[in-house]
Design a binder for this molecule. Structure first.
Ligand code: IPE
Ligand code: IPE
Ligand code: MG
Length: 226
């Protein structure tokens, strides 16, 4: 069993968590952001090389404007506290997804965080914000064509993803009991292990990282061999 190098998480269930408590959905997102910070720290301390968090999908723009505004506002404000928390952790932050539709205030915070952590050599934290697998495939194909590629093999395509230096995920996990990928890392998921956990995202904490590592270590990855 190889090491869990790249863990990718679909952070789902914020709305249901809030509903169970008769709170507005925005409170669920706030609690979800806090859980995310704990999980990031735990992953870094447990030696995970790459952690990808699915924060906002290309389809999430379908939600009511008030909810989108509260999520985007939260991303901006939580950045500061996340950076503070991970301050001494040697974590490198990168963005995955489209930039053209994100509010400029969020983009400038994101860029600052990326810039400030660029030289860090510990865990890479890949934040998928306005990310969709189908959208990424389209953008890869367009980039490849614009670069004059004639014969676009799968590995050629993979070299045009947003962050080509990041290896494909070893384990994709989703919270909240839903059993689907919702477009997450479609190009990179071919041989990822997949895990579904019933716990709603805001209830996640450091202990989930231990559970995940334990579950992953039980998997027998064969990659088509025997
Ligand atoms: C995940 O929680 C956060 C985002 C998709 C932005 P949801 O908001 O999807 O929560 P549920 O699925 O409605 O419970
Ligand atoms: C997937 O969750 C996207 C994120 C976690 C950011 P959704 O809640 O948007 O997915 P669906 O709509 O239930 O498939
Ligand atoms: Mg959801």
């Amino acid at each position: 069993m190889g090491k869990l190098m790249h863990l990718a998480l679909i952070m789902d269930g914020n709305g249901r968590w809030a509903k169970l408590r008769s709170l507005p959905r925005s409170e669920g997102h706030k609690a979800g952001a806090k859980a995310a910070a704990d999980v990031v720290l735990a992953a870094s301390r447990r030696g995970i090389g790459y952690l990808t968090l699915f924060c906002f999908s290309t389809e999430n723009w379908k939600r009511p404007k008030a909810e989108i505004d509260s999520i985007m506002g939260l991303f901006s404000s939580e950045f500061e506290s996340l950076l503070e928390k991970i301050g001494s952790e040697d974590i490198r932050i990168v963005h995955l997804g489209r930039r053209d539709r994100l509010p400029s205030s969020l983009l400038s915070r994101l860029d600052k965080a990326v810039e400030r952590t660029r030289e860090n050599k510990g865990m890479t934290l890949q934040l998928a914000i306005d990310y969709g697998g189908e959208d990424e495939i389209e953008r890869c194909v367009r980039r490849a064509i614009a670069s004059g590629e004639k014969d676009i093999s799968f590995s050629t395509l993979l070299s045009y993803v947003d962050n080509p230096d990041i290896p494909s995920p070893d384990y994709i996990c989703r919270s909240s009991g839903e059993r689907r990928l919702s477009g997450f890392l479609l190009l990179q998921a071919s041989y990822a292990e997949i895990g579904f956990y019933d716990r709603l995202w805001p209830d996640w904490d450091e202990s989930m990282i231990d559970t995940i590592i334990e579950d992953f270590n039980k998997r027998d990855r064969r990659f088509g061999g025997i």
